[in-house]
Write a protein that binds this ligand. Structure first.
Ligand code: HEC
Length: 131
């Protein structure tokens, strides 16, 4: 059985449209979208220098970000909060963990923006991308 060419083209265009639309709907904010502020980066640097610097270098964080590629940022935040600093896990305040994540992202080339990074507000909807 033969279908008219026009019909086949029509169906193809329709299906392509659907696929493109689905892609757009699934798109989330990423750490490249300016999801933390300059003030958080500055506060995070103090935390980092005092609490993290002794055990890791920035290359380590670059590798960590790569291994968390496309995962929600909140996973990294929870991991760091639950396990770091390794000699005293959970010892920092929630905002200190948030600030230090902002600092690490910024050091890996991601930009600051106007919105504060907040683990209770949308951090599960921001995806990590590989630096
Ligand atoms: C006393 C040493 C020490 C300190 C201080 C420390 N870490 Fe770690 N960190 C480790 C060790 C050990 C591991 C696990 C082994 C590894 O992957 O190298 C680790 C792992 C990590 C990971 C990877 C987690 C994963 O599952 O991929 C991150 C991210 C991290 N640390 C961030 C931090 C941050 C942020 C701070 C400061 C708040 C910090 N660390 C302070 C020793 C330390």
């Amino acid at each position: 059985m033969k279908y008219p060419v026009n019909l086949l083209i029509g169906i193809t265009v329709l299906l392509l449209g659907l696929v493109i639309n689905m892609g757009a709907a699934a798109q989330q904010a990423t750490v490249a979208d300016g999801v933390f502020t300059e003030a958080q980066v500055e506060a995070g640097q103090l935390v980092y220098d005092g609490t993290c610097k002794a055990c890791h270098n920035m290359k380590f964080y670059q590798d960590t970000l790569k291994s968390f590629n496309r995962q929600p940022l909140i996973y990294l935040w929870e991991t760091v909060m639950g396990t770091m600093p390794a000699d005293n896990p959970g010892s920092l305040g929630l905002s200190e963990y948030t600030d230090v994540i902002a600092y690490i992202l910024h050091e890996n080339g991601f930009p600051t923006g106007d919105t504060m990074l907040d683990p209770n507000n949308g951090m599960d909807e921001i995806n990590i991308v590989s630096p």
